[in-house]
Design a protein around this ligand. Structure first.
Ligand code: MGD
Ligand code: MGD
Ligand code: SF4
Ligand code: MO
Length: 694
């Protein structure tokens, strides 16, 4: 028996991007472990990925190409050859492209975060054919845009500093679930005396373990940040020297913050005046004492109408107090901007034909877009969708529309997948993709600063192929001759980062494959002496770029589209705010079909405060219908004070076909977009809840 250990990377959409050690015996992967030598992984994986072999060798894996024989959505397919599959796809796309290639739309997100199996060969292919572009907004663009206006780029506090912080605000983030290796370091800080404060409408697993939990209403974080500024400035808990040297627009900001006394802030956020004042003092005094105050804000704050502004306002705080002076202070959202990715070489936008000006489809409005007729504003009707690394029928908002769109008889749909997901049921051609154990990839990360290499540990199962190989073969079938379409995955990987960039320190793919990981060359305290990446080089309290984009150039509060305070008419029918953040044992909709993990989650639940449950005669264990003007879903209620009054919580994202009623939380979410970045507003939803009779 031959046993080897292969170096890999966790491919999932998680900030931690863990280094894996895969044990392979006689060609079979028997164990996946965290690399104990990788500084941020530290030998620890989450329960989901510790079970990666269970997912890889799952009896339901798609192992050969199939074509649809039943109705769309019915899920009936028959086996075909790869050649028939490629021939059918090439024919359909050629016919559509002859009329207008913009009728072809890619749909992908972060099933894998790998740069090769993500958007390298795929982008080259869609660029060459002249397809519509896809704006990948479903997760992070609102916050990324707000952060960029203020700080300049997605760069922040290094994860490897977190254990030195003395105060950590965990703001719209649930790291026990979604950022485990941050949580490990936050606990180290806690043991060394740090105070942890969670700011979250829900008493999440993380909030439960913090010293304090401030349960504000969803979508009100921008107001809380303004209230904190008010107190910090009024009580002179600010760093005048840092402000003078490294920020822009303090006087205007101070005038704006003047309008947000603790009373107004508390009323807007649904919290107490004391919570506002004490939080500002804890933060300001920590910075004043020269201790590190860290804000771990995360995407939970930005899935609402004013989500971009919320992130912007929060990221003004560390510049106001000089928290950036400490390496463990400052703020963390995404660290992806540290990586000198070579998108031009990987994705080849230069291949777009000169006579094509591609339109951009926003992935968060795929429901409406699939149902749109041709028009001068919209462009041609969508005639073909190629889905890879995503499960839109489960994850995209306003699901009823998404389903109607994918059910269109005149839409040609290709899905590349590991499993027959909710989306796969609507495919005309369903193709088997390899998992991370079966292909090569190169990764950056968004929660640490290591470049990472994934080696293939085992041969592809059945007839599965990497995404890159599918697009390579399709390009050949289409007769594309650019040499980039014959590059191997290793050749593509070698171009992933700019080899001459000091940050990547002469990136060398062969060396990275051997070592598994290498840290970027970045300063420990990125903004200790300014050096922001904004146009002014300062932290921009006042942003001219925002003014030009038609936004308020100063921090402000933008109310949710749907809340009791901002939409009284709607709230008469649907008085409860609903959020649907990630469940611990799922990764978005991935792993929902792994039985051991699904069994741990049980069934779709709705957490509801006793004061909201009692008037509806709902008790723990009752089945309820959650509904609004867009749709409805069923769940089993847990009456608990974990949900604050006025907010119900349904952890997500279930496969619809594995839920009793064939629905999930996206039955009620909306396609409205955030204030900036065109993001989805998953946590900006009003619903009503009623008990089902039996
Ligand atoms: N186990 C697991 N890990 C995951 C994922 C998963 O599905 N499962 N998904 C991955 C992905 S794609 C992402 S983007 C990240 C997401 O992980 P996070 O960035 O942590 O974001 P969310 O889980 O959306 O929300 C985090 C917390 O924000 C709270 N929240 C909701 N609305 C608001 C609000 O208006 N204000 C405030 N202050 N808090 C609010 C929620 O209750 C939740 O506890 O996690 C990644 N990691
Ligand atoms: N209600 C609600 N909806 C949400 C959210 C929420 O909090 N609440 N969160 C939103 C967020 S933050 C995100 S990021 C999105 C996530 O949306 P998606 O990125 O669509 O994430 P997944 O549901 O995990 O689907 C990824 C799919 O890719 C497949 N896959 C993985 N690796 C490969 C590969 O190498 N090749 C191919 N071809 N396929 C592969 C997996 O099997 C899986 O089915 O969901 C969003 N939707
Ligand atoms: S999902 Fe996150 S925590 Fe789990 S193994 Fe992957 S990178 Fe690590
Ligand atoms: Mo996400």
């Amino acid at each position: 028996m031959s046993t080897t250990i292969v170096r890999g990377v966790c491919p999932h959409d998680c900030p931690d991007t863990c280094a894996l050690l895969v044990t392979v015996s006689d060609g079979v992967a028997t164990e996946v472990r965290g690399d104990p030598d990788h500084p941020t992984t530290a030998g620890v994986l989450c329960t989901k990925v510790a079970r990666y072999t269970e997912r890889t060798y799952h009896p339901d894996r798609l192992l050969y190409p199939q074509k649809r024989v039943g109705k769309k959505g019915e899920g009936k397919f028959v086996r075909i050859s790869w050649d028939e599959a490629l021939e059918t796809i090439a024919q359909n796309l050629t016919n559509i492209a002859a009329n207008n290639p913009q009728a072809i739309v890619p749909y992908s997100y972060a099933g894998t975060m790998g740069l090769i199996q993500g958007e390298a060969m795929a982008h080259r292919f869609f660029h060459q054919i002249g397809a519509s572009l896809l704006d990948r907004t479903i997760c992070a663009t609102a916050g990324a845009t707000g952060y960029k206006y203020t700080i300049g780029a997605s760069i922040g506090t290094d994860l490897e500093q977190v254990q030195h912080a003395k105060l950590i605000l965990i703001w719209g983030s649930n790291p026990i679930v979604s950022n485990l290796h941050f949580w490990m370091r936050a606990q180290e800080a806690k043991r060394a005396g740090a105070k942890l404060i969670a700011i979250d409408p829900y008493r999440s697993l993380t909030a439960e373990k913090c010293h304090q939990h401030i349960a504000l209403m969803p979508g009100t974080d921008a107001a809380l940040a303004l209230g904190l500024m008010h107190v910090l400035i009024k009580e002179e808990l600010i760093d005048r020297d840092y402000i003078a040297k490294y920020t822009l627009g303090f006087d205007e900001l101070a005038k704006r913050a003047e309008q947000w006394p603790p009373e107004r802030t508390a009323a807007t956020c649904g919290i107490s005046v004391d919570e506002v004042v004490q939080l500002a003092r804890a933060y300001g005094e920590c910075c004043r004492n020269g201790d590190a105050a860290l804000i771990r804000l995360n995407y939970g704050v930005q899935r609402v109408h004013g989500g971009g502004m919320a992130v912007r306002n929060i990221t003004c705080l560390p510049a106001l107090t000089g928290a950036w002076r400490q390496a463990a202070g400052g703020a963390m959202l995404s660290l992806s901007g540290g990586f000198p990715k070579n998108n031009a070489a990987m994705q080849r936008p230069d291949l777009i034909p000169i006579d094509v000006i591609p339109r951009t489809i926003n992935m968060s409005t795929i429901g409406d877009d699939l149902l749109s007729p041709a028009s001068p504003e919209f462009g041609p009707k969508i005639e073909a969708v190629i889905v890879y690394n995503s499960n839109p029928v489960a994850v995209a908002p306003d699901s009823e529309k998404v389903v109607q769109g994918f059910a269109r008889e005149d839409l040609f749909t290709v899905v590349l997948e590991h499993f027959q997901t909710d989306t796969a049921d609507y495919a005309d051609i369903l193709l088997p993709a390899t998992t991370q154990l079966e292909h090569v990839d190169v990764h950056g990360a968004y929660g640490h600063y290591y470049m990472m290499a994934n080696n293939a540990a085992i041969a592809p199962l059945g007839e599965a192929k990497p995404n890159s190989e599918f697009f390579r073969l399709l390009a050949q079938k289409m007769g594309y001759t650019d040499p980039c379409f014959s590059q191997t995955d290793d050749q593509i990987a070698a171009q992933a980062f700019r080899t001459d960039d000091v940050k990547a320190m002469h990136f060398d793919w062969d060396a990275l494959k051997q070592s598994g990981w290498k840290k970027l060359n970045l300063p420990a305290a990125p903004f200790a002496e300014g050096g922001f990446l904004t146009p002014s080089g300062k932290c921009e309290f006042y942003s001219n770029q925002m003014l030009h984009a038609g936004l308020d150039p100063l921090p402000t509060f933008i109310a949710p589209y749907e809340s009791v305070a901002s939409n009284r008419e709607l709230a008469q029918h649907y008085p409860l705010a609903m959020i649907s953040p990630p469940a611990r044992n799922f990764m978005n909709s991935t792993f929902v079909n792994v039985k051991s993990l699904r069994d741990t989650e049980g069934e779709p639940h709705l957490d509801m405060h006793p004061q909201d449950a009692a008037p509806r005669a709902i008790e723990t264990g009752a089945m309820v219908r959650i509904f609004n003007q867009r749709g409805s879903m069923q769940a089993r209620v847990r009456v608990t004070e974990k949900a604050r009054v006025g907010v119900v919580v349904g952890l997500s994202i279930w496969w619809k076909k594995l839920a009793g009623d064939g629905q999930n939380a996206n039955a009620v979410t909306s396609q409205k977009l955030t204030d900036m970045g065109g993001g989805a507003t998953f946590y900006d939803v009003l619903v009503e809840v009623e008990k089902l009779s039996s």
